[in-house]
Design a protein around this ligand. Structure first.
Ligand code: KIV
Length: 306
């Protein structure tokens, strides 16, 4: 991208997302956690990037998202916001960062002011509506997240499970979605919801639903980028892998180790030489000394020479 093109890149806003939805365009969203990946995804014109708290598991090696802190989220959000010039960057509010309205406004404000995000995501339906409303009133765009909500995993039985499969649960999810829309969210992530229910929720809302494991009837789709790229130990059923980065990286690392071990790397292409006469000057020797030194394969030890 040329410097002029870069200067002309306009950051997408929630109005652009609403326009895409109104125009019937399906909305692709991916997670991103670092500068180079964000830059690549942005150049690939992914319109929304989520700095998900999945960061904890897929990038930091924690066993759950519950361990992720605000400081860690902000650190990675800043990197993504620097990498993405066009995409709307959504910062995922971590566990216990929005337990009260004051705390939520404070932390969401940090995502926008310090992290460089343009919106935040909050888990929970009816139970989070009051917080969503307060944030939206404070001028902070909010994306909801219902269905399977990883931050409540301990309260939801621990085991990752499709949500909304009973009559009561389905009704509960529908009212969760409506309450989050009424609270002013600009979109809602539906995670692990049967496709018919996700399509029904989508048809009842005015804002776009972004599905993950929720079928093709959602207005958009989000995936954890590591799953999409085959960069991890486990790929969930709902993620279609488009690359095998794990295999690619492992093969590249093994090839590098082989080349270093057998002495073929660095080769002439990776090596810088200098004028031999400068070395002669440094050692106080003549070109003839050098020529004779070269006759002894090992050369003249530097300390004796000096
Ligand atoms: O943290 C995350 O990556 C998410 C997505 C799975 C929606 O919340």
């Amino acid at each position: 991208m040329s410097a002029t093109d870069q200067a002309q890149v306009r950051r997408l806003t929630i109005s652009d997302i609403a326009r895409m939805y109104a125009d019937g365009e399906r909305i692709p969203m991916l997670t991103a956690y670092d500068f180079p990946t964000a830059r690549i995804l942005d150049d690939a014109r992914i319109p929304m990037l989520l700095v998900g708290d999945s960061l904890g598991q897929v990038m930091l090696g924690y066993d759950s998202t519950v361990r992720v802190t605000m400081d860690e989220m902000l650190h990675h959000t800043r990197a993504v916001a620097r990498g993405a010039r066009r995409a709307l960057v959504v910062g995922d509010m971590p566990f216990l960062s929005y337990s009260s309205v004051d705390e939520a406004i404070d932390n969401a404000g940090r995502f926008l002011q310090d992290g460089g995000a343009q919106a935040v995501k909050i888990e929970g339906g009816v139970r989070s509506a009051r917080i969503v409303e307060a944030l939206v009133k404070a001028g902070i765009p909010v994306q909801g997240h219902i269905g399977w909500t990883p931050q409540s995993a301990h309260g939801m039985g621990g085991k990752v499970k499709v949500q909304g499969k009973t009559r009561e649960a389905a009704r509960g999810l529908l009212s969760d979605a409506i309450s989050i829309q009424e609270a002013g969210a600009f979109s809602i992530v539906l995670e692990l919801v049967p496709e018919q229910l996700a399509a029904l929720i989508t048809s009842r809302l005015k804002i776009p639903t972004i599905g993950i494991g929720a079928g093709a009837g959602c207005a958009g789709q989000v995936q954890v980028v590591n799953d999409l790229l085959g960069f991890g130990d486990f790929i969930p059923r709902h993620a279609k892998p488009y690359a095998d980065l794990k295999g690619t990286i492992a093969a590249a690392a093994a090839a590098y180790a082989r080349d270093v071990t057998n002495g073929t790397v660095p080769g002439p292409e990776q090596t810088v030489r200098m004028d031999d006469s400068v070395i002669d000057e440094a050692l106080g020797r003549t070109a003839a000394d050098r020529a004779s030194a070269l006759e002894f394969e090992a050369g003249i030890p530097l300390d004796r020479d000096l």
